[in-house]
Design a protein around this ligand. Structure first.
Ligand code: ADP
Ligand code: MG
Ligand code: ZN
Length: 476
């Protein structure tokens, strides 16, 4: 029987506010343990939480960017459970009245567009961080993260493949980064994902029993864990068994998921409205202010790059996924208006260089303007494309402009026919056997001759001219 996967993702994004959600403690990462704490985030008796307005503004940005309806009145609720990283014994979250609902994003998978619904977005506080000493019965807790703001974004079960789940996750990460509300780092845990998955016979109306997978801290793991889980469930159903509703942990070392807790062991969180916090009332004027300030979003930018510059969808996707990279590209276009050529250099040489040095686009040693100048030198025939690669490397190392490097190193392309003709004459005279072979039909040898001329000119001869002149001489 054919089975169809059904997937829904729950994403937690850590908001980049300066202070925590209900107190004035810093959210800065990497401070000595328990130095960013106060009676509020430590859950001392008698303290009162005060909502950080920036958290609401950031959440509104995300909600509007994903087409959600904003609730004029929403509420905070207590989610009760006991764990050593949660000093109050409850997490302040939102439950029956979240701030935003009914959004959606469009994701592209293998050229087809899928609309993925967003059920809800709500605000909540993060818990502390536990660490366990290996080999010793010691656990430590750091409350610096307690009370750091999070948003949870819950998708509808609209996703139909691991690849689509990956595309959706990438899209949301690009959006939070564009909005400047979260740094979107799965590996470091500022952007976390739990994946719910079930399967059903192709064409069926109702959903199958789902499992929820945790511990997915890279895009690769999300897709691999879903693939594993889908085939595990298929095997169970094929053998006439039933899938247990449970939470499973992804084990990246073993490439498999394993059971963590079953539905029977699931927590009863005894949610109730937090009596310490007033209902959150958001007026329409504020919503409109936030909406007006939204930047062009990655999906729109991608579409525009395809429509306006004729870029392939692949290029547009990569360039638009990062706001600064997209800006670099458009800055470069101001001076060098050939989009596909510029895109090739950015995606190939520039991103290659940055990746090799573990740098991001804002640390590029070659400015957009300098790259554009280099490409202009190729375009107007001053240097060859091959020499341009050398100049590019020199630019990266020295920070000098392309023109200066070309002048200092004497790399100007030889486009003077008589000079090239002289060299061709020498090369032809020095290789009589190859000339005869060429004239007897072994025309593949043209490459050999081109190579010889390039060697003589240290790569500076204009390749088009070399080809033309060589053919003329060889076919004499
Ligand atoms: P919970 O409160 O237990 O986390 P929710 O109803 O909030 O449950 O659902 C959590 C996630 O699971 C959502 O992203 C939703 O789309 C997804 N989901 C719900 N039912 C299924 C199903 N049968 N198969 C796959 N995913 C599902
Ligand atoms: Mg859940
Ligand atoms: Zn605090």
């Amino acid at each position: 029987m054919e089975f169809e996967p059904v997937i829904g993702l729950e994403i937690h994004a850590q908001l980049k506010t300066k202070t925590k959600i209900f107190c004035a403690c810093s959210t800065a990462f990497g401070a000595p343990p328990n130095t960013h704490t106060c009676p509020v985030c430590l859950g001392m008796p008698g303290v009162l939480p005060v909502l950080n307005k920036k958290v609401v503004e950031y959440t509104l940005r995300m909600a509007l960017a994903t087409g959600c309806d904003i609730e004029g009145v929403s509420r905070f609720a207590r989610k009760n459970y006991f764990y050593p990283d949660l000093p109050k014994g409850y997490q302040i979250s939102q439950y029956e009245l979240p701030i935003a609902r009914n959004g959606h994003v469009a994701v592209e998978v293998n050229g087809a567009t899928h609309r993925i619904g967003i059920t809800r977005i709500h605000m909540e506080e993060d818990a502390g961080k536990l660490s366990h000493d290996p080999g010793r019965p010691v656990s430590r807790v750091d409350f610096n993260r307690t009370g750091v703001p999070l948003i949870e974004i819950v998708s509808e079960p609209d996703i139909r493949s691991p690849e689509a789940a990956g595309a959706y996750l990438r899209q949301l990460r690009a959006i939070v980064r564009y909005l400047g509300i979260c740094d979107g780092n799965l590996e470091e845990g500022s952007f976390r994902c739990d994946a719910n998955v079930s399967i059903r016979p192709a064409g069926a109306e109702t959903f199958g029993t789902r499992t929820e997978i945790k511990n997915l801290n890279s895009f690769k793991h999300v897709e691999k864990a879903l693939q594993y889980e889908i085939s595990r469930q298929k095997e169970i159903l094929a053998e006439g068994g039933t899938v247990n509703q449970e939470t499973r942990l992804w084990d990246p070392a073993k490439n498999r998921t394993r059971s963590m807790r079953s539905k029977e062991e699931a927590h009863d969180y005894r949610y109730f409205p937090d009596p310490d916090l007033l209902p959150l009332v958001i007026d329409a004027a504020w919503i409109e202010t936030v909406r007006k300030d939204l930047p062009e979003l990655p999906a729109d930018k991608k579409k525009r790059f395809v429509a306006e510059y004729g870029l392939p969808s692949y290029d547009a996707e990569i360039l638009a996924a990062d706001r600064k990279l997209a800006k670099y590209f458009e800055d470069g276009l101001q001076e060098f208006a050939r989009p596909k050529l510029l895109s090739n250099w950015i995606m190939g040489s520039l991103l290659g260089l940055l990746n090799a040095h573990g740098k991001s686009i804002d640390q590029t040693p070659i400015s957009a303007s300098n790259l554009a100048q280099l490409l202009k030198l190729v375009d107007d025939g001053t240097i060859s494309g091959k020499i341009a690669k050398t100049v590019f490397e020199e630019m990266a190392a020295s920070g000098k402009s392309a023109r200066r490097i070309v002048e200092e190193k004497g790399l100007v392309q030889i486009s003077d026919s008589s000079t090239i003709e002289d060299i061709v004459t020498t090369v032809v005279a020095a290789n009589p056997a190859e000339v005869r072979a060429y004239q007897n039909g072994k025309t593949k040898l043209l490459g050999f001759f081109v190579g010889q001329v390039m060697k003589e000119t240290r790569g500076k001869a204009n390749p088009k001219l070399v080809n033309e002149i060589l053919k003329r001489y060889l076919e004499k």
